[in-house]
Design a protein around this ligand. Sequence first.
Ligand SMILES: Cc1ncc(COP(=O)(O)O)c(C=O)c1O
Length: 303
Amino acid sequence: MAATYVNVNGVLTDAAHATISVFDHGFLFGEGVYEVCRTYNGEPFLFDRHMQRMRASAAMIALDVPCSDDEFLRRAKETMAAAGLGRQPDGSVRDAYVRILLTRGIGELTYDPAATPVPSVVVIVKPNVQVPASQHANGVPIMFVDIVRNHPQSVSPLIKSNNLLNNALGMQQALKRGGVEGVFRNYRGEISECAQSNLFIVSGGVVRTPGLEAGLLAGITRAFVLEIAAELGYRTEEAVLRDADLFGADEAFLTSTTKEIVPVVRVDDRPVGTGRPGPITQALLAEYRRKAEAMTAAPHAPA
Ligand SMILES: Cc1ncc(COP(=O)(O)O)c(C=O)c1O
């Protein structure tokens, strides 16, 4: 049976025994960074890109990364095996959700990093749960929220930070109003991204998404989708997007590791395009899945 397993600083436990000190600065101050990746065919997908982003996030908060990428992968795979996930001896596959957290570590109640010389590393592995198929088939409603995406000179949205209070507040507002996601504007009033995913629109056949300078997480899926779109021959553009661009779009969609590509069919009380998932969104989703399967089918399989 598949279950949740956790590796805390190199020690593997089941979910009930996974504990960390209340003096960990990840808990006390939200000081830490994380990554979420998932497997296809039992193999972590785009793991190198996730490791690259985690190192970039850690560098932005002056946090040392105590493990090599290989060691993170080894811990992820070991935790998957304990959880009964990944490729099984009989050839069947149970895909995994893998969350890797890195915090400042355990120490005195001070912001001085000298108090916490050893970072904490936690790997949480659970069975991957796909978003409901109806979301991919029929699309979802999203809501603009009043909460403003963090200013790049405060906690930069480029940092995939464990401190997710701003995102949680945005998500609370969206959920209360019936949205599957909340759309953040930045401090200039431009669209930046959603609380847990990046946002794209399609207008006049052009696949468009806000640029990193709008203040957003450099989504691994966002970058992959921009590459796929170009390969499929669509024009892509990173651009300043405003409310009217989203309301007037032909299509819109969300991207994230766990959502893949989810069509957006309503924003606030207004339909997007025809109010049904658009053809370019559907073509991108099909190609995304084809690539994810191909790239994980066997070691070094061509995409
Ligand atoms: C704020 C935010 N933006 C975008 C994303 C999508 O990132 P990725 O495609 O790397 O999963 C996430 C994912 O959790 C997120 O939290």
